[in-house]
Design a protein around this ligand. Sequence first.
Ligand SMILES: C[S@@+](CC[C@H](N)C(=O)[O-])C[C@H]1O[C@@H](n2cnc3c(N)ncnc32)[C@H](O)[C@@H]1O
Length: 290
Amino acid sequence: MLPQGELDSDKELDCFKAELSEADFKAFSDFIYNQYGIKMPPIKRIMLQGRLLKRIRELNLKSYTEYKNYFFSKEGQEKEIYNFLNVVTTNKTDFFREPVHFDFLRDTVLPEFISKQSGSSFKVWSAGCSSGEEPYTISILLNEFKLNNPTFSFNILGSDISNRVLTNASKGVYAENKVALLPIDIKKRYFLKSKDRLNPTVRVRPELQKNLALKHVNLMNKSYDVNEKFNVIFCRNVLIYFDRETQESVINKLSQHLLPGGYFFIGHSESLSGMNVPLEHIRPTIFRKK
Ligand SMILES: C[S@@+](CC[C@H](N)C(=O)[O-])C[C@H]1O[C@@H](n2cnc3c(N)ncnc32)[C@H](O)[C@@H]1O
């Protein structure tokens, strides 16, 4: 019996010899675009081939065509879809990634919110939150703000299409080097070190998870099963995978969940220029609902 994920040499040879044909690639790339809005141009064929090989090995299949036939079968569409998604999405993220947004939140958005004395809870949505570093960064910032503003309350929603990253986000355990550059007092206040020094990890403290909800949301859906309206929406480094038409439609749908005057952050390599969306430009990558 072979351990899971390994193949006997003949099958392995078959797999390595096999190529993802242009026709099979097109079947997958059309599906990925239609279901998730993610662009998969022909230049990505070898990348997809490499990523699918992992699944082919795990399922003990012999070729990409065999995988394609399984994937598009009724059983495959029920059972394989989430594994497939985990393979095709890119989940790179970090704590305090693109820090300009967090400075703006702390220095402009929060003082503005508190000055209104609305008494309502401050609501933030991290759409495409990956493994949780973005919503936990927001949570650190809001917990810090609460230290000086004890009546301040907040709720954070983190959503993603990939269940694998959402599971990781809910565990809140990260390699210790992921927090290496955070200030020492922040590390002490919000992270617990593992005892295992061979595999050093940190776990977020419960206060970071207290006001955080995680949810599976496909931004390609016609509408989102999210009831609240938010003061701020982060949708960073997600749009980059969509074509322009899809980006515009996703931003319009997300904007419906933004309160009037609410803020919208996109990634630094993304742009809304020329799009018909109800947001005004405040600073590069920072927008506000009209
Ligand atoms: C590169 S990560 C960005 C994470 C974080 N926002 C950041 O900037 O660090 C992009 C995330 O978008 C998610 N994603 C891709 N397509 C999506 C879709 N159609 N609906 C929801 N999330 C999607 C991916 O699963 C991935 O976790």
